[in-house]
Design a protein around this ligand. Structure first.
Ligand SMILES: [Mg+2]
Length: 249
């Protein structure tokens, strides 16, 4: 069965934090936005920096627990609302969602830059006739993520974008990969996964029967054997599976 689509992880596969702001700078920006948010919603008596930090830490803890546990994407607005309540700031779930969105420093602002050969490689795969998709773990999706992709030059008219927070499951849970395959109407063997995490991208995809290429990174999984290993994104074009599949289509 020839491969018809190539699905990509994003972080440290297509883009990376080249010169990210320091953690202190991230916190300063988040606190500034938190102050503006609280003022706009006429909420006082809460320290904006403390509220931003508390909500963010609660979210981080939930992500870590989910990744080590059932891989169900946590309900971040509910978690932030609870953390805010403990600080004496009664935010509704809806307001907590808006607050998280407001303090989130993302994309180019967060120092994210596409690898120089990412876009040319995506275009070359497209020219070979492959459909292209994204399968990504992230706590923020929606238009903001699409805009960050555009700003990074990674807007290649994706055939599918499967974001964990939108689907409800984190890689390596099969549901996130399946969501992408269902949209493309492809069997697992017809889609190759590309990513930098052995545990999330490679093992998760292979478990479903998808071939998987690993962008060499600090190994995070034991006993996982990728179908292809590369260092620069452009080397993907040399993967025999993608060359053969292009010939048979
Ligand atoms: Mg990654």
């Amino acid at each position: 069965m020839p491969v018809r689509a190539v699905l990509f992880d994003v972080g440290d596969t297509l883009w990376h934090a080249a010169e990210p702001p320091s953690p202190a700078e991230f916190r300063r920006r988040a606190a500034e936005r938190a102050a503006a948010f609280l003022a706009a919603h006429r909420i006082d008596g809460v320290d904006p920096a403390a509220l931003a930090r508390t909500c963010w830490d609660a979210m981080d803890d939930a992500i870590r627990a989910a990744r080590a546990g059932d891989l169900v994407e946590p309900d971040y607005p509910a978690i932030a609302a609870e953390a805010a309540r403990a600080l004496g700031a009664p935010l509704s779930r809806q307001l907590a969602a808006a607050f998280l969105e407001a303090i989130y420093v993302s994309g180019a602002e967060g120092g994210k830059v596409a690898y120089p050969d990412a876009r040319p490689t995506l275009e070359a795969l497209r020219a070979r006739g492959f459909r292209l998709g994204i399968v990504t773990n992230r706590a923020f999706g929606g238009e903001r993520f699409r805009a960050d992709l555009r700003q990074a030059g990674l807007d290649v008219d994706w055939d599918v974008i499967a974001v964990s927070v939108e689907v409800g499951y984190l890689k390596p849970h099969p549901r996130l990969f399946e969501a992408a395959l269902e949209t493309l109407q492809l069997a697992p063997q017809e889609a190759a996964m590309v990513g930098n995490s052995l545990a999330e991208d490679i093992a998760g995809a292979q478990r479903l029967g998808m071939p998987a290429a690993w962008k060499r990174s600090r190994p995070d999984g034991d006993g996982v054997v990728p179908d292809f290993i590369f260092d620069r994104v452009g080397e993907l074009l040399d993967w025999s599976l993608l060359a053969e599949a292009a010939r048979v289509r």
